[in-house]
Design a protein. Structure first.
Length: 528
């Protein structure tokens, strides 16, 4: 379950951005650093007494918390950290609800859910930030050029690249992410170093954190058992620093989870799914079942289907919605909303229908209801729970026609278009026009929770999830059902972002990272 673990870890741990800074709650350890909140130095560097200290240099203060031990609270040190892995290799943290700050600013059920998910992880995400709890807000400008990632293992070992920082006030934590254009890879270990010379918001220098210094020093003599284990976890970073004249105030080491084993298992399961000839069915209209079945569009019907574009949009390849038609009145000669059709270029043949795909996340019941769930795993491998109808549109071109009919004597090259989070498959039109100019047909499908898939029903007898969303408006012609010249576009009418992108990103299930992951993997599975 590597990819599930990685992505769930990524999103769950990204959600843990609200991490407070706190000290060492372990009375057995006297080596853990607590971010110092008792320093009384004045912002101007004076010590507050009556002695003239105008020439006194402010003493650096250790503002970063550092601890790297299994079972600690999440705000006692940098996160992620390989120091948090227990003897069995699993991430071990104290219950999030026990953290004095974090536990108070998130819903208890979500914290408990995340606790359970963390316990299943053997590594960390590669698309989420790292967090460094602090007792005071930093001067972010002073961190410019002083935050670095180091690839300790993996295909890019020894590469050093910059990090970018931000301040997350609710957590009292510095957030670090790879600078734009850089990235982390799965199954590799990384170090993050924050160099000396950084400052607090009031301009005072930040001192190295003592326990971190013990962890990365070449030789420190006797140390506590906890620090000794931390030194083992940070051995790769220590070896890297041993060959460089470099000092740091704080840092971390973490290993990202490998994803390819899970990816191979996932697509092996997809390969085992029996292919079914695509259907012309676009929507389950009524119980029975009664289906809306699409007809192919060609010849004179193209003008009815797409509408006829008028000035000033005669050659603008786009689908039109109510909002964009209203916006277009700034360009029309009469200042009224645009009522014309959509430019179709070299498109000569349109097919609407559905194909069947495996569904690993949807949880159907005998009453026909469907809820989004995590990826189904059996015997350690992903396995589909059911089948899903995926509505699609195929745009074919003049170059694929002979004598007014499709030329079936030779293969037709296709491009695949995937729409955005709040869009639907009609938005492929502009790309289909461009593809036809290059001789490529285009196929595009609705993402989960979009267009016809906003509303679905499970058919137990067929073990099939079917789209049910009505199709009352043609996104190309602008015509609505009941108006003269209306013909359906074969696409369920899109709804608000809360339904489309909200559904895709697991809004109905409180952004559960495992549900979110299953939804996004559905996009990859269906495209494949």
């Amino acid at each position: 379950m590597q990819l599930r673990a990685t992505l769930a870890c990524s999103f769950a741990f990204a959600a843990l951005a609200v991490l407070p800074a706190c000290g060492d709650d372990d009375p057995q350890s006297d080596t853990t650093d607590t971010a110092d909140t008792t320093d009384t130095a004045n912002p101007d560097g004076s010590d507050g007494n009556d002695v003239d200290d105008a020439d006194t240099t402010p003493e650096p203060r250790a503002l970063f918390a550092f601890r790297a031990a299994p079972g600690q609270t999440i705000s006692e040190g940098p996160f992620p950290s390989d120091g948090l892995l227990d003897a069995n290799g699993f991430v071990s943290l104290a219950a999030l609800g026990t953290d004095p700050h974090f536990g108070a600013i998130a819903k208890a059920p979500l914290l408990a859910r995340t606790d359970a998910q963390i316990k299943k992880k053997k590594g960390f995400g590669f698309v989420s930030a790292a967090f460094f709890p602090m007792s005071e807000e930093p001067d972010l400008a002073s961190f410019e050029g002083k935050v670095h990632y180091v690839a300790l293992t993996g295909p890019e070992k020894d590469q050093v690249f910059p990090g970018q920082v931000s301040w997350f006030a609710p957590a009292s934590a510095l957030s670090v992410f790879p600078a734009w254009g850089h990235y982390l890879v799965p199954g590799a270990s990384y170090g993050i170093l924050i160099d000396v010379g950084v400052k607090s918001k009031d301009g005072l220098p930040i001192a190295p954190t003592p326990t971190f210094t013990q962890v990365i020093a070449a030789d420190v003599g006797d140390v506590t058992a906890e620090v000794g284990l931390s030194r083992q976890a940070f051995a790769g970073l220590r070896a890297f620093l041993a060959t460089r004249d470099q000092a740091a105030v704080v840092g971390t080491v973490f290993t990202t989870e490998a994803t390819m084993p899970f990816v191979h298992d996932l697509f092996d399961a997809v390969d085992d799914f029996p292919l079914v000839t695509p259907l012309r069915h676009v929507r389950l209209a009524e119980d029975g079942p009664i289906w809306d079945v699409a007809s192919d569009i060609q010849g004179a019907e193209l003008d009815t289907y797409f509408g006829v574009p008028t000035a000033p949009f005669e050659t603008m390849p786009t689908s039109w919605y109510g909002g964009s038609r209203e916006d277009a009145k700034a360009f029309t000669s009469d200042g009224k909303a645009y009522t014309g059709g959509s430019f179709r270029g070299g498109i000569a043949y349109v097919v609407n229908g559905s194909f069947l795909a495996p569904s690993f996340g949807s949880i159907p019941n005998a009453n026909g209801q469907v809820v989004a769930g995590p990826i189904n795993v059996e015997a350690g491998k992903p396995k589909p729970r059911t089948r899903v109808m995926v509505p699609f549109t195929a745009f074919l071109c003049q170059s694929h026609m002979v004598g007014g009919a499709l030329d079936t004597s030779k293969p037709i090259p296709f491009a695949i278009f995937t729409h955005g989070g709040t869009a639907l498959r009609s938005d492929a039109l502009g790309f289909a026009v461009a593809n036809c100019a290059a001789g490529y047909a285009t196929i595009t499908a609705d993402l989960p929770f979009h267009a016809g898939r906003q509303e679905v029903r499970y058919l137990p007898a067929d073990d099939l999830i079917a789209p049910t969303r009505v199709d009352n408006e043609n996104a190309y012609s602008g015509k609505k059902r009941g108006e003269e010249g209306f013909i359906p576009d074969g696409i369920g009418d899109n709804g608000p972002a809360t339904t489309t992108v909200g559904g895709l990103f697991a809004l109905p299930s409180d952004f559960d990272p495992e549900v979110l992951e299953a939804n996004l993997i559905a996009v990859a599975v269906e495209s494949y």
